[in-house]
Write a protein that binds this ligand. Sequence first.
Ligand code: CAA
Length: 444
Amino acid sequence: MTDVGIDAAEFRSGKLKLDLAETFADEKDDDPAKYTKGLGLHASSFPDAYEDIVTMAANAAKRLMDRKGLAPEDIGRIDVATESAFDHSKPVSTYVAGCLEQVYDGDFHHANKGERKFACIAGTQSIDDAVNWIAAGKNRGRAALVIATDTALYERGDPGEATQGAGAVAMLIDEDPDLTVIEPEQGFGSADETDFLKPNQQFPSVDGKRSMQVYLMRMREALEDFEMQTPTHPDDFALVPFHTPFPGMVRKAAALGYRHVARDTDVEEELAEEIGRQPRPEAFDDEEAYRDALKEYTDKLTETDLYSEWYSRTIEPTLEVSAQVGNWYTGSVHVARIGGLKHARENGIDLDNEQLLVCSYGSGAQAEIHAETVQPGWEDEIAALNIDDQLVERYDISWEQYEQIHDVHNHDESTDIDAYTTPEGEFVFDGWGRMGERKYTYVE
Ligand code: CAA
């Protein structure tokens, strides 16, 4: 089978920034370390008044198409993954195509468009759909555009408020890709859960603590399923990008994942001299005693040099960008992948033909784990991104401005304010059509 995977990716942040240590913690009268150390987050990206899931998606897609020299007829499929859609019928991908048709000759009339929903895992599912479409030979030489876009906002005062974010990641899925090849083995962990949901409402109902447990349970199941197909070893992977609602969540998931994968390997033997071997269920009379022993072992594990070195090499780099932008829901795991590759490029780490283990998650709930092989073109692709410029140029909002912009994006409020930034060379939201549709225009 021809190699299929991610040929290029683009990152588009909301143009505002809420500083968690300076602004959020100060207003809440909290220790800033709760956010910067506990959750591992420094700032959240927010959309300005003229930005939304469509503008961020279309702006990411345009930069990607320009950079790769693509015309609309080169794209046979546009899938948008989001959990912030404002229409139960017309998919966001049609709005995005409409935007792009304003600036390119030609159209996307022969492209299959859709919208994928399964909380934060929908972006990964859309990539899977696109890979399968190409592998099945249905693409007629064309590539697929997959865009994960969200305004991840919580109700004011919700504990999740500190983990908000807004942005889009656009990815071109194609044969012989320049960034990564998606390997066929997949592990799934999936169950009917009510930890985080939006039953016909804009802001989520969240059981925060439960959602963290569910994340870990489903991720463990997915890893077990993956390992049944491909036995793994902690040193098999150069980077392990996780869905990152906040880096502290990944810190917990990484420890459990490492312990699981290290079991019955030379790593467990090497660690045994320092912290003993991992507890085995057959050595315990009851489940609770076994769980306590596992927790004790995991705590000791995370203190070892071997684990710290692995964590600094494979996990920490994937959190660098996420810590500055917050949770982008469907885009989050793709920000982690890009962040890890960006770190490697900036630090002269050679990733040609190295493996990534990509660990996606969506509430409700499902985890999926697959491997990707980094392609020799990865460095040029990552060098073409302008992530640092976007992050530095964000307008740093005060608490009062945050309150206003949260209202602007609240569907139940009709707040109208002047934007904090001036659009230039981008798609903007510019009002409502006669059937209540949102309208967009390109500003030179
Ligand atoms: N210095 C250092 N650390 C501190 C601190 C300080 N001064 N104060 C607190 N902390 C630590 C806490 O110990 C805690 O760390 P541990 O969990 O390792 O103990 C961390 O900071 C957070 O503190 P709290 O648990 O007290 O925070 P909270 O209860 O206010 O909120 C939350 C945490 C429940 C995750 C909340 O942010 C939330 O509801 N988030 C939304 C749901 C979410 O993101 N869930 C993640 C899994 S679900 C998912 O991944 C899907 C998705 O995208 C939403």
